[in-house]
Design a protein around this ligand. Sequence first.
Ligand SMILES: [Zn+2]
Length: 270
Amino acid sequence: MSTPKLSSKIWNFFTINAEDESKANCDVCNKRLTRGGRNACSYGTSALINHLRSFHHSEYDEYTRSTESHKRKRDDEEDSKRKHSKQGNLDYFIEKMTPFGQNDPRKHAITKSIGEMIAVDMQPFCLVKNIGFTRLMKVLEPRYKLPSAMHFSRTIIPNMYLSVKAIIQERVDKALYVCFTSDAWTSDNNLHAFLSLTAHWIDSNWERQYAFLQLRLLEVSHTGEMLAAELLSIMEEWKVVGDRRGILVRDNGSNMVKAARVAKISDLGC
Ligand SMILES: [Zn+2]
């Protein structure tokens, strides 16, 4: 027979009858008492308590004292739990309003995410000064103090560039051959000229890969010689030299045609 879980203090004075579990024996006078019915669901302790109250006064006193102290203990525990939860709410509120410490990992994670947002969404650094953005950040995370635009332009984005560059460099290094596409153009206001270089290669899984390596700011009047020097310098910076250097696909501008010839790179117009 499995022993039922007897939580009531009354069981300090009674024992379940070994032959018939619907009965209980009084530990004081050994009288057999019913537990309230034949089925387990109808069992109760009223008859046992009444028996103790009527026949064993000192035991009954002991029983009431133990139940009172038990109840008091439970009340104390609940009271303490309530107090703790109030204190917990207050602690939570204070924690929510206290600015992040210098080395808080969440602070760094948010700054990194904003940096990624500036890079991926091509947002200006002054985004972090925009009224709407600063309000949004205050609602989302009052503990976070937005760094200056300069912190993003001088530290966060350059560091991000270096870490992404290291990953791309590792992939480019593994390529047997690297081909290129390039373009040179002048801005609409004729104030800036640019040269881009993108690398293309086949990886070890025979998958086509490409990565934009660099965009260089040029003098507005750029000759074929100047373009050649820039292209070679980018390729050397990315360690694509000698036989690993494949074909360069370029536009048909005369200075680009000349640049490929001067740089001695196999080329193809498009
Ligand atoms: Zn008894």
